[in-house]
Design a protein around this ligand. Structure first.
Ligand code: WTA
Length: 657
């Protein structure tokens, strides 16, 4: 049987053809190359010749209380890294910097959306983290306990994470845009003991009422004993006597020294929930030694980090990008990190560029969906500001179309900043496929090649390597920051990542390799959508829809969208006797927001008497996607009732016009 190539769900064939016709390439300038942190290509060969020696050398740049006795134990699919080693993450991010010249270096420069600003030096951050670590202890939090965090982008968020790591508690940050119900499910899944939240945060000039939503969630979370509330503003909310504590009161008069807990390299550092192919999010587990080694090294290599850099990753800390490249990677390197609370278009569309100018940002890392919005807003916004301090740009989260890449390179980077397109996942913990900016020639739209020490491949349906051409992206060797499992569900871990191609980690992404060995990521090939860089599963949205009393059945697909990359289209069958109409459509969208959060709000809802199904009853989402994208509908021969598609198509076109 000839090998079939996968059809990436969210990229149209035309877009892929255009991508593969991309011929532009950019070499690092001599000036950049000469000063680059990594300028010697032999790093790739070293990693291949002796992978364990290679990672061991990288890990030895961190501070260990007890050295490991073995670099790797690999029993597919379970990896252990730096066995027997003991270290503490907050110690590596703070204590080791305050002994030298970094003591009064800015660790965190924070800007609030209304324009307030706070700068914490390494010494300040060290003291705050120690104090909050003691506060957590006072609330009875001990090593191994889970602490849920539901916060706006304020300095107390990284402080809370580092304080957890200091005492060996496991944190689980839930993105502030998730709904009360989503928060409740995540708290219950991990049985968290404490929740840390804030009275609210600012987003586009509006208050995000986090404590209010947290209170809703807390109605069904028996494991929570205490709630800590950061006072961000004068936001109306209620404090429950005995359960709720103001952050500032807990910190008042508490000691600023707390011994860092020596953690085993394989002790859990955090759980972060992400969408999989079922309705239930997966709690991705990351541990201590390997994770820190991975994010430390990749921050240094990929972003060419230097002592004097001002590093700004715009991701919310609620996502893995914020964990690895706002908090742990840069702080382990002793970098100056910029953190911004709000939206890029508030009060105006030049907010990011104003911040870049004001703080003389040198490294800027954002998502393609944001870059497409900047393009749409026009060059007049970046032109208002001097962006001369920038020297390196990065992107992450979804495939970047070459036009957006080139726009970014020219209009933000002034034509002379390398753009690193970095591919990775919540599960991988660290960047795996990316250029090394002092070495790699760049092709717009390609994440280029696996980093040193990473063995990736493109394979066909049978798991055979495709030397040039399209297939599935897999990883062939363990890497230090890889997930150690799904919290409480080892079977799902095996099934999800290791069963499709035995012995290989299946990423869920399609990719194409060109004749130069460059990798072009083509998007998800499973039921996970990437909506404006956020992972959402079709099943999650479907479950939220059928939870509504009027809905009998729902099918959700991701369709191409100019700004978001993918937008959510829902096809809904309602129960007999219920009225369909614009009001119900609006109500259903709100219902999804209530169940999951605003990021999952369907762009459009189409009511239909039937959904296209195979004779065995499987919904054919592929056909629905064709309809949602206004394309010619593909092969319908396996449908139980082909007339369903014709009816749906007419209806969709009517609704659109
Ligand atoms: C996609 C975000 C193309 C991919 C760090 C992956 C990308 C999913 C890129 C993980 C990139 C991430 N090019 N696609 N540079 N980076 N992706 O877990 O589909 O939120 O599987 O992690 O985003 O999303 P997650």
């Amino acid at each position: 049987m000839p090998a079939k190539n996968p059809t990436p769900k969210h990229s149209s064939a035309a877009a892929i053809d255009a991508l593969l016709d991309e011929r532009r390439s950019y070499q690092p300038s001599n000036e950049f190359r000469e000063k680059a942190t990594i300028r010697d290509e032999s790093i790739y060969a070293q990693a291949i010749t002796d992978p364990e020696g290679f990672w061991g050398k990288v890990a030895s740049e961190l501070d260990w209380f007890v050295a490991w006795n073995r670099v790797l134990e690999w029993k597919t699919p379970d990896a252990k890294w730096f066995l027997g080693g003991k270290l503490n993450v907050s110690y590596n991010c703070l204590d080791r910097h305050i002994r030298g010249a970094r003591r009064n270096k800015a660790a965190l420069i924070w800007i609030g959306e209304p324009g307030d600003r706070r700068t914490l030096t390494y010494w300040d951050l060290y003291r705050e983290v120690n104090k909050f670590a003691n506060a957590l202890k006072k609330l009875g939090v001990a090593k191994g306990d889970r602490v849920a965090i539901y916060m706006p982008m304020v300095p107390e968020l990284p402080i809370a994470m580092l304080a957890c790591s200091r005492i060996g508690a496991v944190h689980s940050v839930v993105f502030g845009g998730f709904s009360a119900e989503a928060l409740r499910d995540r708290i219950n899944d991990q049985q968290a003991k404490v929740l840390i939240t804030a009275d609210g945060g600012w987003r586009r000039g509006q208050i995000v009422p986090l404590k209010h939503d947290a209170d809703e969630a807390l109605k069904g979370t028996p494991s929570i004993e205490h709630v800590v509330v950061v006072k961000r503003g004068e936001f109306p909310m209620h404090m429950k006597e005995g359960r709720d504590h103001w952050w500032h009161r807990l910190m008042d008069g508490i000691s600023d020294h707390c011994w860092p807990e020596p953690m085993d390299s394989e002790d859990m550092l955090y759980i972060l929930y992400t969408s999989g192919t079922t309705g239930k999010p997966k709690g991705i587990v990351h541990t201590t030694g390997g994770y820190l080694t991975g994010v430390y090294a990749t921050t240094k290599w990929v972003f060419d980090l230097k002592e004097e850099d001002v590093f700004w990753c715009t991701a919310d800390i609620g996502w893995v990008t914020g964990h690895s490249y706002v908090v742990y990677g840069p702080l382990a390197n002793g970098a100056t990190v910029v953190m911004y609370e709000g939206s890029p278009d508030w009060p105006d569309k030049d907010r990011f560029w104003q911040i870049c100018e004001e703080l003389a940002v040198t490294i800027f890392y954002t998502a393609p969906t944001a870059i497409r919005a900047f393009m749409k807003w026009g060059t007049e916004w970046p032109k208002k500001h001097k962006l001369v301090s920038l020297r390196l740009l990065g992107t992450v989260g979804e495939p970047i179309n070459p036009e957006a890449w080139v726009w970014y390179h020219e209009n933000i980077g002034g034509g002379n900043c390398p753009v690193v397109d970095t591919w990775w996942q919540t599960e991988t913990g660290m960047i795996l496929i990316s250029p090394l900016p002092g070495i790699t020639g760049l092709k717009p739209g390609s994440a280029t090649k696996p980093l040193p020490g990473i063995v990736a491949d493109v394979v066909n349906e049978q798991g055979e390597s495709v030397k040039v051409g399209g297939g599935y992206l897999v990883l062939k060797r363990p890497w230090p920051a890889m997930l150690r499992g799904i919290y409480g569900d080892p079977e799902r871990y095996r099934e999800q990542y290791w069963s499709r191609f035995p012995g290989l980690y299946f990423t869920g992404d399609g990719a194409k390799r060109d004749a130069d060995g460059y990798l072009w990521l083509l998007g998800r090939v499973d039921d996970v959508m990437n909506v404006a860089g956020h992972r959402i599963s079709t099943m999650e949205v479907e479950s939220a829809l059928v939870d509504h009393p009027s809905v009998a059945e729902a099918a959700v697909v991701g369709r191409n969208h100019e700004l978001k990359g993918t937008a959510i289209s829902a096809f809904v069958t309602i129960k007999e006797g219920k009225d369909s109409g614009p009001e119900l459509a609006g109500e259903l969208k709100e219902h999804v927001v209530k169940k999951i959060g605003k990021i999952a709000r369907p762009e459009e809802i189409l009511f239909t008497a039937d959904l296209p199904k195979t004779r065995s009853g499987k919904i054919m989402r592929r056909l629905l996607r064709d309809i949602a994208e206004g394309k010619a509908v593909g092969d319908t021969t396996t449908l139980a009732d082909p007339a369903v598609i014709a009816r749906l198509k007419t209806k969709y076109e009517e609704q659109e016009s």
